[in-house]
Write a protein that binds this ligand. Structure first.
Ligand code: FAD
Length: 415
C-alpha cells in the first residue's frame, strides 16, 4: 500500500511514522524547507527561538502515547501568572494554590475572594482522567461563559480575557467555552513546559524515527484526489491513499470548500538583554491589553528556564497588529511600550528579530459540540490535523489516532 501524506507538521510526521511502521510505503510532501509546521523554531542572532509563544502541557495524554517525554528535557514554567498594569507598574499574581500553596494569598489579593472561589469551583470541575469531557456537552461563547460563572467584569477584562485571547490567539475570543475548559483542565492537572531545545523538538522527535518514508521538502501540493497529488512543478504522484495533514485554510482550499476563514495572527518581538526584567518563569500578562495603544498581550523570558549568557524577552502581539511586525515604527512602538512596563533600561535592549504566523490556529464555531470538529474522510481523502479535532497539540495527535482507529492500525511503540 502506498500512502502520500501532505504536510510535515506534527500530524503529518506522526501519521507517516504509524503508517510506515505498519508496512505502508509512505511519501511525506512538505512545502517548506523543513518539518515542524506551526511547532517550528527559527534562529535569531545566536538563539534558537520558538515561532510564537508555545507551551507543552504534560497533562495531554497523547504526549505520553507518542513521545519519549524524558528526551524532550521539558522545563516547567511556574504554576502562576503575573499580571501587570503598565500605567501604574503594579504587578499582581494569580496562581493555582492547589499546586502552589504560596500563591494562595497573592491570588485572593489579586482576584478578590469571590473570583478566587469561582476559579476554584472551575478548577474542581476539571477532570484529570478526561481533559476533553467538557466538549461532549453544548458549548457557549467564551465571554458568555465567564458571565455565567459570575466572574466580575473587572476580573474578566484584566485577567480572563487577555489570558484566553493568548490561548486562542484571538482577541475577539470567538472560541467555544468547552475549549477553554479543556485548556484549564490541562493547566490544572499538569505542568506548562517548554522543551530545552525549543518546541520544534516535539515534531522532530517523531520525524527522526522515520525510517523508510521518502520526504520531499520544498514541494508544494496544489491539488489532491483520493489517490493522487498534483505538485506545483506540474507533476503528479499516485498512491492508494492520500492524507491531508495541512492547516485548515490549505485543507479547505484543496477540498474546494469556502476559504473565508478568519485569520488568527500572532507575532513575537524578541529582545536580547543582559538582565531579565522578571525573575520567575511565568507569563506576564497585560491587564490593559487592547486599551488605547496597548498592543502587547504578554511577555515571557524563555531563557529563565535554561542556562544562557544573555536573556531573551519575548513580547507577543496578536490580531491584525501582528502583521506590522516588520515595520520600523511598529517596532519602536513595541519597545516604547516595554519602557512603560520595565523602565528606561529597555532602551538598551537589542531587538534581535520578530516571528510571525498568519494562520496560527484554526477557526471554529463557538457552539460546536463534540471532540471531533470535522469528519475524517472527504471524497475519499483522509484529513487530519488540529482543525479536525481542536486547536492543540493534543487535538492534533488525537486526529492521527482517529485515522489509525479507522484503519485499524495501532499507535506505534515509542522504543
Ligand atoms: C504561535 C502558536 C502557539 C501555539 N501554542 C500552543 C500551545 O501552547 N499548546 C498547544 O497545545 N498548541 C499550541 N499551538 C497549536 C499547535 O501548534 C498546533 O495545533 C499544531 O502544531 C498543528 O499541527 P498540524 O500538523 O495539524 O499542522 P501544521 O503544524 O500547520 O502542519 C502543516 C504542514 O503542512 C505544510 N503545508 C501547508 N501547505 C502545504 C502544501 N500546499 N503542500 C505541502 N505542504 C503544505 C506546512 O508547511 C506545515 O508544515 C500553537 C500554535 C501556534 C501557531
Amino acid at each position: 500500500m502506498k500512502a502520500i501524506i501532505v504536510g510535515a507538521g506534527l500530524a503529518g510526521c506522526a501519521a507517516a511514522w504509524a503508517l510506515e511502521q505498519h508496512g505502508y510505503e509512505c511519501i511525506l510532501v512538505e512545502s517548506s524547507e523543513k518539518a515542524g509546521g506551526r511547532m517550528r523554531c527559527t534562529t535569531l542572532g545566536k538563539h534558537n527561538v520558538d515561532v510564537g509563544f508555545h507551551v507543552l502541557h504534560t497533562a495531554y495524554p497523547t504526549l505520553h502515547r507518542w513521545l519519549d517525554v524524558d528526551h524532550l528535557h521539558l522545563k516547567p514554567m511556574d504554576a502562576a501568572t503575573d499580571l501587570i498594569a503598565p500605567s501604574t507598574g503594579v504587578i499582581k499574581t494569580i496562581g493555582d494554590p492547589l499546586r502552589s500553596p504560596s500563591t494562595l494569598f497573592p491570588t485572593i489579593f489579586s482576584a478578590g475572594i469571590w473570583n478566587a472561589l469561582r476559579m476554584l469551583r472551575w478548577r474542581l470541575k476539571t477532570r484529570k482522567q478526561d481533559l476533553e469531557a467538557a466538549m461532549d456537552a453544548p458549548s457557549i461563547p467564551l465571554d458568555t461563559y465567564f458571565d455565567a460563572m459570575r466572574f466580575s467584569k473587572p476580573f474578566q477584562s484584566s485577567f480572563l480575557q487577555p489570558l484566553f485571547a493568548g490561548i486562542t490567539l484571538d482577541n475577539q475570543r470567538k472560541e467555544r467555552s468547552a475549549f477553554a475548559s479543556f485548556t484549564f483542565s490541562a493547566m490544572s492537572h499538569g505542568m506548562m513546559t517548554m522543551p530545552e531545545k525549543g518546541i520544534e523538538a516535539v515534531p522532530r522527535q517523531i520525524l527522526e524515527r522515520l525510517d523508510a518514508t521518502e520526504i520531499m521538502y520544498n514541494t508544494k501540493v496544489t491539488s489532491v484526489t483520493k489517490n493522487s497529488v498534483q505538485l506545483d512543478d506540474g507533476t503528479s504522484i499516485k498512491a492508494n491513499m492520500v492524507v491531508l495533514a495541512t492547516p485548515q485554510h490549505v485543507t479547505q482550499a484543496m477540498l474546494g470548500k469556502s476559504t473565508r476563514l478568519r485569520r488568527k495572527e500572532t507575532a513575537t518581538y524578541v529582545f536580547e538583554c543582559k538582565d531579565s526584567p522578571i525573575k520567575r518563569a511565568r507569563l506576564l500578562l497585560n491587564t490593559e491589553y487592547g486599551i488605547g495603544q496597548h498592543k502587547i498581550l504578554h511577555v515571557h523570558v524563555p531563557t529563565l528556564l535554561h542556562a544562557s549568557e544573555s536573556h531573551l524577552v519575548v513580547a507577543t502581539v496578536i490580531g491584525e497588529d501582528a502583521r506590522l511586525h516588520e515595520d520600523d515604527e511598529e517596532r519602536k512602538h513595541i519597545q516604547s511600550e516595554l519602557v512603560d512596563w520595565f523602565g528606561s533600561t529597555v532602551n538598551d535592549w537589542d531587538l534581535i528579530g520578530t516571528t510571525y504566523v498568519d494562520y496560527a490556529l484554526p477557526s471554529g464555531g463557538t457552539t460546536a459540540i463534540g471532540r471531533e470538529r470535522e469528519q475524517l474522510i472527504h471524497d475519499g481523502i483522509y484529513c487530519i490535523g488540529d482543525h479536525t479535532m481542536h486547536p492543540s497539540v493534543h487535538g492534533t495527535l488525537r486526529s492521527v489516532e482517529r485515522l489509525l482507529e479507522h484503519l485499524e492500525i495501532p499507535i506505534p511503540m515509542k522504543d
